[in-house]
Design a binder for this molecule. Structure first.
Ligand code: MN
Length: 325
């Protein structure tokens, strides 16, 4: 790791122009870590562009720097290096992947499925958020953390730990958070913006989505459906459904919750959340996706009926991992 630090130090010193990129359909960790890194490099006097193919979700627009993030780029090769944050594999950045050519890639991540795609890799699979990995990195590089960096990192950690509730939360998550609070971050300001600032349509849509709840495998698996029609009814985009999947997991006896979000062209995007023994990163991977032990995702072709059937077939292979009743 030390040689990687030295190499990164040298790379930052010797180059002037950086682009920071995170995964499509970003949440707080992807955006918060990207914007924190944007400020860190900017404060060093570097030329920095922060990019995300999907843009900033409305709910994260309170974050300093969010108005600097762009979702279109004319020429990627005008940059010296690309920082890729919160991505288990390079494909997660979207269409930019095929345009990188000879750009030096710096991979900052915490996904258990990370395949070390970078020229320089800072991957801590024990970290609860990419924000924690970046916090460590800034410390090791002796880069000062100001308020703008702190609130972005804090948000990254709050979102990926589910407000310090998920299994990924570690003592270090609290230690980092404490340090960020000392730098002026107000936890209520962050949680109010993230959790108590929902559009009315989200709550109405949640009602429709909850009415699709079904239980499977002896009540251990919950399915939910979001159709394009439901989104159209409330004139909402799919990112408004962020977090809905957790309502399935919150049911007594449920160990795995999956939300099926209808895409164009007869396909679904699946988000999975588990509690207990179920490692959803393995299940998602066997369906062509990836993620973490308790949170993962994939895409499936077909109608809802075909998609649920396919998932249940795969889940049968993992039935022994579910708790005995
Ligand atoms: Mn993350």
């Amino acid at each position: 790791m030390n040689s990687q630090i030295d190499e990164l130090k040298k790379t930052i010193n010797e180059n002037n122009s950086f682009i920071v990129v995170s995964h499509i359909d970003p949440e707080g960790d992807a955006i918060g870590t990207s914007l924190a890194l944007y400020y860190a490099l900017k404060n060093l006097g570097k030329n920095v562009c922060v990019y995300n193919e999907s843009g900033v979700p409305k709910i994260l627009k309170f974050l300093p720097g969010s108005d600097q993030l762009i979702k279109k780029i004319s020429s990627i090769n005008e940059f010296d290096c690309i920082f890729v944050v919160d991505c288990g594999d390079l494909g997660r950045i979207g269409s930019l992947k095929n345009k990188l050519e000879k750009l030096k890639i710096i991979n900052i991540d915490h996904h258990s499925t990370n395949d070390y795609f970078g020229d320089i890799n800072f991957v801590d699979k024990n970290a609860a958020a990419a924000g924690e990995v970046l916090f460590d990195l800034l410390k090791k590089l002796n880069i000062a953390i100001n308020y703008e960096i702190a609130i972005n990192l804090y948000t990254a950690i709050v979102v990926d730990t589910g407000s310090f509730r998920y299994a990924s939360t570690r003592a270090k998550s609290f230690q980092i958070a404490a340090e960020l609070l000392q730098l002026g971050v107000d936890p209520w300001f962050v949680s109010m913006n993230i959790y108590e600032n929902y559009p009315f349509e989200r709550m109405k849509l949640l009602g429709d989505v909850l009415s699709t709840l079904t239980l499977h495998l002896d009540g251990k698996v919950a399915f939910m459906l979001v159709t394009k029609q439901m989104l159209a009814k409330y004139n909402a985009s799919v990112d408004i459904t962020e977090g809905f999947v957790n309502f399935g997991r919150a049911i007594e006896g449920v160990e795995l919750s999956i939300i099926f979000k209808e895409n164009d062209g007869d396909s679904f995007k699946l988000s999975m959340r588990s509690k207990g023994n179920i490692d959803v990163s393995i299940i998602a991977k066997s369906l062509g996706g990836g993620g973490h032990r308790n949170a993962a995702g994939c895409k499936i072709q077909g109608t809802y009926e075909e998609a649920t059937k396919k998932v249940l077939e795969v889940l049968k292979e993992y039935e022994r991992d579910f708790a005995a009743k």
